[in-house]
Design a protein around this ligand. Structure first.
Ligand SMILES: Nc1ncnc2c1ncn2[C@@H]1O[C@H](COP(=O)(O)OP(=O)(O)OP(=O)(O)O)[C@@H](O)[C@H]1O
Ligand SMILES: [Mg+2]
Length: 341
């Protein structure tokens, strides 16, 4: 698999990229363990693509250092290129060719003989649910199919490190789930994945560690659990029977929990972030006090849950503004994805 001595696939320190007045990447430190999915989470213009392009040797850093499997991206660019592959917000496949033609052509460019290239193309088209579309020109693919052929093209040779730049932006929930399964399958084969996303639930689903970036800077980094814990002990989610009682419930919860209450888009739902309090009451104890108070006031609670805060809440706590929303429903059931070697 080839890890650097540190066991890190990517190491950056003080990485900088400036475009005119814009410090697109403004001193980024990253340490990405090999063999994992690492999430880089940030809103539009945060500097995600610029960071990825520097790591993939497509853009020269203006400051700082970056190593990929121990190789400097500037001075050992060839060694880096030999280990990485990238799919992104930019095209890698030819629109006028069919899915199969694209993969065979790319396989040939990678040095495979024609029968081997054809076999690999067939395997990948099958694994990515594109067997039926193999003979169609890529320009006629749907967004989800297009994203899948892009990823297929980037793993023709199993790379040690795969950059996926917003692989599911604009996809419907079903296509998103298919891409997620592909990412899981790719990482289970030993490839390290650096995934950028604007979607908190995507990072939550796929990544072991996450860096939150905003205005070119890492504003938080850690495992999902660490990030969530940094925001508070937990989050209480409530759904009321009656939407009209929500303002009253909000005031009551704010008083009892001494917490910031978030009004969810669902008109009967509220979320309260519960921190550790001076009197040492844990999240569960505080939540049960709050429920008792609501009952005393005659406010009926239909459903209640106590969980770790969502990454959405993490982003709100870190930046004082909400992150991008997916609007996508919960996970659907999925078939297992097998990626042939
Ligand atoms: N080639 C360029 N020339 C000038 N400015 C650029 C260039 N590329 C990026 N920028 C600017 O750098 C900043 C970071 O852009 P970047 O594309 O890295 O953000 P991003 O996090 O990938 O955003 P998105 O989620 O929209 O893809 C933005 O302000 C962007 O306008
Ligand atoms: Mg981008």
């Amino acid at each position: 698999m080839g890890e650097s001595a540190s066991g890190l696939a990517i190491e950056t320190s003080g990485l900088v990229k400036v475009f005119g007045e814009t410090r697109a990447v403004d001193g980024v430190d990253l340490a990405v363990p090999a063999g994992t999915v690492y999430g880089v989470l940030g809103p539009n213009g945060a500097g995600k693509t610029t960071t990825v392009k520097m790591l993939a040797t497509l853009l020269r850093p203006d400051g700082g250092r970056a190593r990929v499997f121990g190789h400097d991206v500037l001075h050992e660019a060839d060694a880096v290129r030999a280990r990485v592959s990238l799919t992104g917000q930019y095209a890698s496949v030819d629109e006028d060719l069919t899915g199969a033609e694209n993969l065979i052509l790319l396989g040939r460019l990678l040095g495979h003989r024609k029968p081997a290239a054809r076999r690999r193309a067939e395997q990948l088209l099958e694994a990515f649910g594109l067997a039926e579309a193999a003979g169609k020109q890529v320009k006629n693919y749907s967004g989800g199919m297009r994203r899948r052929i892009d990823i297929a093209a980037s793993i023709l040779n199993t790379p040690d490190l795969l950059f996926l730049d917003e692989p599911t932006t604009g996809l419907d929930p079903r296509s998103r789930n298919q891409v997620w399964d592909i990412v899981r399958a790719v990482v289970s084969r030993g490839t390290t994945v650096l995934l950028t996303t604007q979607y908190l639930d995507e990072a939550d689903q796929l990544a072991s560690r996450i860096a939150v970036i905003d205005h070119g800077k890492v504003i938080a980094e850690g495992t999902k659990g660490e990030l969530k814990a940094s925001v508070g002990a937990g989050a209480v989610h409530l759904r009321l029977r009656d939407a009209e009682r929500r303002p009253e419930a909000e005031r009551l919860l704010a008083r009892v929990l001494e917490a910031r209450i978030q009004l969810d888009p669902d008109p009967v739902a509220l979320t309260a972030r519960v921190g550790l309090r001076g009197d040492g009451a844990g999240a569960a104890e505080q939540a049960s006090r709050a429920l008792a108070e609501l009952a005393r006031s005659g406010i009926t609670v239909d459903t209640f849950s106590l969980g770790q805060p969502s990454l959405d809440e993490v982003f709100l706590a870190l930046t004082d503004r909400p992150a991008a929303r997916t609007g996508a429903p919960e996970n659907e059931a999925n078939e297992e994805q097998e990626i042939p070697a």
